[in-house]
Design a protein around this ligand. Structure first.
Ligand SMILES: *[C@@H]1O[C@H](CO)[C@@H](O)[C@H](O)[C@H]1NC(C)=O
Ligand SMILES: *[C@@H]1O[C@H](CO)[C@@H](O)[C@H](O)[C@H]1NC(C)=O
Ligand SMILES: *[C@@H]1O[C@H](CO)[C@@H](O)[C@H](O)[C@H]1NC(C)=O
Ligand SMILES: *[C@@H]1O[C@H](CO)[C@@H](O)[C@H](O)[C@H]1NC(C)=O
Ligand SMILES: *[C@@H]1O[C@H](CO)[C@@H](O)[C@H](O)[C@H]1NC(C)=O
Ligand SMILES: *[C@@H]1O[C@H](CO)[C@@H](O)[C@H](O)[C@H]1NC(C)=O
Ligand SMILES: *[C@@H]1O[C@H](CO)[C@@H](O)[C@H](O)[C@H]1NC(C)=O
Length: 292
């Protein structure tokens, strides 16, 4: 019996397991399939999404265990299919989502772009939905979203930082409604040190409390927006702090949109140190009759 234990412990100790690796092969999603997603989510808290191609019509739904670390590495790509919903959903509490150096999450948006965005034409998926509490998302490099890129909803105490969203190709290839950060039903969301090239709002807050938007660069879109507010199931935007952002070559710098013939509240919004350059429509605009 003692020798058996000794043999077992020798076998265990000689396993080539490196405890400081970010994720084991069993906890890595790679290749051309998401078939092992459910087992990875059930057994792993350190998950790596590495050079993964998500097949057409499938979604990467990361309903992660509390305390998970999800790392995106290499190039992540998606098959093409007309579909609604999201390409990637990340849901959980105390989650760290991190882009490893050199990561690129490429939506291949041009296959859906038809200049019509979310309104008509091809049915397009949004890119990311975050439903997170006490979490951080950092270092993602995202390219070419079919339409809206990041939706942050039912979230609280979340930081999104050092994210690059490069939708520049949409300028010449029909990108439309390619919003960067859209948020609703959330509290204390901080978006900082991000760089955005797109064709619609850089930020759009439909509802929410306590959000912070600082040190971001917005190029080519519709500017930093509150709204549109009204006619939804939550119509309150309050305690918003927007500082040290740059908006370039865009339709608007700063905009507040409240919907025509609806009710709601927009209160205590602070703007400080906003640089705007080459704006076609308005530097600052309050549209109290949006859609009217
Ligand atoms: C373990 O993995 C870490 C991170 O990848 C690496 O820096 C380190 O060199 C590895 N150690 C061994 C013994 O392989
Ligand atoms: C995960 O976090 C949520 C939110 O804080 C909490 O309600 C839940 O009990 C946690 N679950 C586990 C298994 O710890
Ligand atoms: C959050 O998750 C980390 C692992 O990423 C863990 O070390 C920490 O204890 C967790 N915090 C709470 C409050 O559960
Ligand atoms: C303002 O934001 C820019 C990035 O857009 C950053 O480089 C700079 O350090 C920030 N300034 C302050 C005072 O935080
Ligand atoms: C207004 O919002 C700021 C955050 O930007 C917050 O610190 C402050 O307490 C709020 N003021 C009121 C009266 O709620
Ligand atoms: C100003 O922005 C428009 C797009 O809004 C762009 O076509 C034009 O080239 C920009 N001008 C300069 C000087 O960057
Ligand atoms: C305003 O909305 C109400 C329903 O909420 C509708 O009955 C009414 O016709 C609308 N008025 C106008 C002028 O659009």
């Amino acid at each position: 019996m003692r020798s058996l234990l000794l043999i077992l412990s020798i076998i265990f100790l000689t396993q080539p397991y490196n405890f400081s690796e970010s994720a084991t092969p069993e906890c890595t999603l790679t290749g051309n399939s998401v078939d092992n997603l459910a087992s990875v989510l059930a057994t792993c808290k350190e998950i790596s999404i590495s050079n993964l191609h998500v097949p057409a019509g499938e979604r990467l739904t990361l309903n992660a265990q509390n305390g998970s670390v999800i790392t995106f590495e290499g190039h992540i790509t998606f098959g093409y299919k007309e579909m609604s919903g999201f390409l990637i959903v990340i849901h959980g509490n105390n989650i760290t989502v991190v882009g490893a150096p050199g990561n690129l999450i490429d939506g291949g948006g041009a296959r859906w772009w038809d200049g019509l965005g979310g309104n008509s034409g091809k049915t397009k998926p949004k890119f990311f939905q975050f439903r997170l509490t006490n979490s951080i998302v950092k270092g993602l490099n995202v390219k070419n979203s079919p339409k809206h890129c990041f939706t942050i909803t039912n979230s609280e105490n979340v930081i999104l930082t050092d994210i690059t969203y490069d939708n520049l190709d949409g300028d010449t290839q029909g990108g439309h409604n390619t919003d960067a950060f859209d948020t609703s039903h959330s509290k204390d969301v901080t978006i900082t040190n991000c760089v955005v090239f797109n064709q619609d709002d850089c930020l759009a807050i439909n509802s929410g409390d306590g959000h912070v938007f600082t040190n971001n660069y917005c190029y080519g879109g519709h500017g930093i927006s509150i709204g549109s507010v009204g006619g939804r199931d939550n119509n309150v935007v309050k305690n918003i702090f927007i500082k040290n952002n740059t908006v370039v070559n865009s339709e608007n710098g700063i905009r507040i949109k409240t919907n025509y013939n609806t009710t709601g509240i927009v209160t205590n919004v602070t703007y400080e140190d906003i640089t705007i350059e080459n704006i076609t429509d308005y530097g600052f605009t309050n549209n109290y009759c949006y859609g009217g």
